[in-house]
Design a protein around this ligand. Structure first.
Ligand SMILES: [Zn+2]
Length: 305
């Protein structure tokens, strides 16, 4: 029975290796319907295969399913996000993402408050929010779903990406330890790993992203981050959802292009640069992310506008 419900319109599953592995398909499992199937798989009640439901996902098992596969048509356990945009899906449509049945149907990934919001930061786009934590604090899945990625990445350090049944994906970065593997089924609140300071990170924190079809969404639009609740039970995704991000990206590229730099030579000091370019020392420090006591290295590029 379960098989009939899951295998509706077979399409080929292609792994990151490009190898054709198995015929897997899903019906639309966003929202409560997906949750039902998930609960059947994990509760141990009724259907065959249920007892092993909470075990590691085996991609060769045709009884299993991948959350949101009908939307994504990929299950890449190596590449974090592709640039294949959302455009085709959203040219004319608004997609409704069912977040939960109650406002409390999510778990905040950690207890800490927001230390850095989504948006432009020092001329670059910050695609998630930073949440305060201590190294070793548990980091939890926000919604039920399946782990797509669990790996080490130069930027994100130890990072986990979970594909949820509602089609969203969430990313948890800079972990000190990962405790899940690609294919692990998780409930909201299950521990994915421990918080840390790995990758390009300065101080322990969780970098948390929400994405839909690989495109980043401001987590604050979906969650009330301070109260740990959902903003609404449904979230409408349309072209405009990503417009702000696209506009910010263009602005960032423009500002990047107009930047001016001084290359440090022997004898240069911040005070000399300040006089030469008419920029306050504090401003030089701020835009370059350095302190007044920082030692300048020969050849270092210091931005002065
Ligand atoms: Zn961050």
């Amino acid at each position: 029975m379960l098989l009939e419900r899951l295998i509706i319109a077979p399409c080929a599953l292609v792994l990151s290796t490009g190898m054709l592995v198995a015929q897997v398909a899903t019906e639309n499992i966003g929202g409560p319907e997906g949750l039902d199937i998930y609960q059947e798989l994990t509760s141990g009640e009724g259907e065959e295969g249920a007892a092993e439901g909470a075990a590691i996902w085996d991609v060769n098992d045709s009884l299993t399913f991948i959350p949101g596969y009908d939307m994504y048509c990929h299950w890449n356990t190596d590449v974090l996000f592709s640039q294949l945009g959302v455009a085709g899906h959203l040219e004319h449509d608004t997609l409704k993402v069912v977040l939960g049945e109650h406002e409390c149907d999510l778990t905040m990934p950690c207890d800490g408050h927001v230390t850095s919001p989504y948006g432009m930061r020092r001329g670059r786009m910050h695609y998630g929010v930073d949440l305060d934590l201590e190294t070793g604090d548990a980091v939890m899945a926000a919604f039920p779903g399946m782990v797509r990625i669990s790996k080490y990445n130069k930027t994100f350090g130890h990072v986990v990406v979970v594909r949820h049944f509602n089609g969203l994906e969430t990313l948890y970065a800079h972990l000190s330890k990962r405790s899940v593997e690609p294919g692990t089924l998780v409930e909201a609140g299950d521990t994915l790993g421990l918080g840390g300071n790995t990758g390009r990170s300065y101080g322990s924190h969780l970098h948390f992203e929400v994405r839909f079809l690989d495109q980043p969404i401001d987590p604050a639009l979906v969650f009330d981050l301070e109260n740990g609740s959902l903003r609404a039970l449904e979230f409408d995704i349309h072209k405009g959802t990503f417009a702000k991000m696209a506009a910010a990206k263009v602005a960032a590229q423009k500002s990047q292009a107009s930047r001016k730099y001084h290359v440090i030579r022997r004898g240069d000091t911040l005070y000399a640069l300040s006089r030469r370019y008419g920029v306050k020392v504090q401003d030089l420090c701020r835009i370059n992310g350095i302190s007044e006591r920082s030692t300048l290295a020969i050849g270092q590029r210091i931005r002065y506008n």
